[in-house]
Design a protein around this ligand. Structure first.
Ligand code: GDP
Length: 477
């Protein structure tokens, strides 16, 4: 957890914001000057965030010559104790020299700070908001503490500056090495525990909120024996490419290969195919679940290579299901396309089958290729890159809740046992894959059909085809 201090000159609305966050009227506004308080730190809540707020109460009522001096001392004290400063300005009144003095104080402390422009709903607040850039504290987050507006964005700003790990200490268990990964979780998790430990084997994942295309994209290539995995990998790499040795962090006998596509760094992982090169040849190879799992967990995107002339056998579907349950994004390559006649018809048929046989995820990308003839690989890689971007996507709490408001207006949750189910808000708690928490009443009573309706709605509205989406319903406390 962390401690937050609301800092700003008198009358910018610190008390009102404090009250909103603490959710009670222990507040400064109806405080009597000079009254000593027993607690200086109060438990606060903002949607799913829980933290402490330092109470800098009583100061604004103190009418003394040394007001500014005392405030300054108090503020410095609060800054010293806080992990995070919310620097509040009054957008309606504009920026005053006192704001500048206080902002300097904050900046000199070196503590993380969020600039918040209060009273943003007021007429003329816009110019005050723009002026606040000049404080050098970054971009202002507009809110109205009094009317309760802008709080989703404030929530996101806090998560961004503090880091998810700090903000959700219980929900982010980091693996300690590259190859330690995550528990398998059910396709439709229903409790917060199901999200725990689901972080991919990328220790930096939490520090990279936005999509970072400078990092190597990790791709695993899986599929039944003879689907054409090795041929595909060899075509991708070109003949003269050398395999890099076993990597640190990856288990001994698995091998990854560095590659580049369109200037994008790639790490390829192909268990069966690469292994065969270095091991006994001729023996019929069998893809063990262990091998497949290792490959899948290594990856962000998993290419399932199917032989287009004998597609979708039971084992293919099992592999796809495994990928989805591991939270990775599957892409299907219909290989040996050079052998296919009647291509348009076959492709339409295969795509229809994909949607029908893998209903867990809508919009899985499926691309015809010929590994042997080096055809379709650019399209395949374009599908991989765009799916990876979606897998990493983060949607702001504001956008999510505007969507949720529309949804619950047009198609509200049903009544169960005579009482209507209620949804309070939705937040995205993780990426890779996108994971959302819906705060609601009686989560256990929500019909699966309604939950599916919501996750399909999320997928469509925020344009996230082809990746697993995690949705957790939780009681709002
Ligand atoms: P793996 O077991 O999945 O690695 O499959 P291989 O790459 O060893 O390929 C199995 C067989 O399919 C080999 O005889 C390949 O020559 C053949 N093959 C692979 N890709 C293609 C392709 O795109 N078109 C055709 N016609 N044959 C292919």
């Amino acid at each position: 957890s962390f401690t937050l201090a609301i800092v700003g000159r008198p009358n910018v609305g610190k008390s009102t914001l404090f009250n909103r966050l603490v959710g009670r009227k222990i507040a400064l506004v109806d405080d009597l000057p000079g009254v000593t308080r027993d607690r200086r730190v109060h438990a606060a809540k903002l949607y799913d965030l829980k933290f402490d707020v330092i109470d800098t109460a009583g100061l604004e009522e103190v009418d003394s010559e040394s007001l500014e001096g005392r405030m300054r001392a108090q503020t410095e004290l609060a800054i010293g104790e806080a992990d995070l400063i919310v620097f509040l300005v009054d957008a309606k009144a504009g920026i005053t020299p006192t704001d500048v003095t206080f902002a300097d104080l904050v900046r000199r402390s070196g503590k993380p700070v969020i600039l918040v422009a209060n009273k943003a709903e007021a007429r003329g607040a816009e110019s005050g908001m723009y002026d606040s850039y000049a404080l050098g504290l970054g971009e202002p987050t507009p809110i109205s503490a009094e009317h309760g507006q802008g709080f989703p964005d404030l929530r996101d700003a806090i998560v961004e500056i503090m880091g998810e790990e700090r903000v959700f200490p219980d929900e982010h268990v980091k693996p300690d090495a590259d190859d330690t990964v995550a528990v398998t979780i059910p396709a439709t998790p229903r409790s917060m525990d199901d999200l725990i430990g689901d972080d991919i084997d990328d220790p930096d994942a939490d520090e990279v909120p936005a999509y970072d295309s400078s990092k190597p994209l990790r791709i695993a290539i899986v599929g039944r024996p003879n689907a054409g995995k090795s041929t595909l990998v060899n075509t991708m790499l070109g003949e003269d490419r050398l395999l890099t040795g076993p990597e640190a962090g990856i288990t001994r006998d698995s091998i990854s290969v560095d590659w580049e596509w369109n200037g994008r760094k790639i790490k390829l992982f192909d268990t069966a195919g690469l292994r065969r090169k270095s091991r006994v040849q001729g023996k019929l190879e069998k893809l063990s679940v262990g091998d497949a799992l290792r490959a899948i967990r290594f990856a962000e995107v998993v290419i399932i290579v199917l032989d287009a002339t004998i597609p979708f056998e039971k084992q293919d579907l099992q592999i796809a299901d495994l990928i989805i349950r591991e939270g990775r994004a599957p892409i299907i390559a219909f290989n040996k396309w050079d052998l296919v006649e009647n291509r348009q018809m076959v492709l339409a048929d295969l795509r229809e089958k994909t949607e029908r046989l893998l209903p867990q995820i809508r919009g899985i990308r499926a691309v015809p290729i010929s590994g042997e003839r080096n055809q379709g690989i650019d399209k395949l890689m374009a599908a991989v890159a765009s799916t990876d971007e979606i897998w990493n996507r983060r949607i702001s709490t504001g956008r999510l809740n505007r969507w949720m408001e529309g949804v619950t207006t047009h198609h509200p949750p049903p009544a169960v046992a005579g009482r209507r189910l209620k949804i309070k808000y939705i937040t995205q708690v993780k990426t890779r894959p996108p994971g959302f928490v819906i705060s609601c009443s009686r989560p256990e009573a929500f019909p699966t059909s309604y939950v599916r309706y919501l996750s399909n709605g999320l997928r469509e509205t925020f344009d996230m085809p082809g990746v697993p989406i995690r949705l957790v319903l939780r009681t709002s406390d």
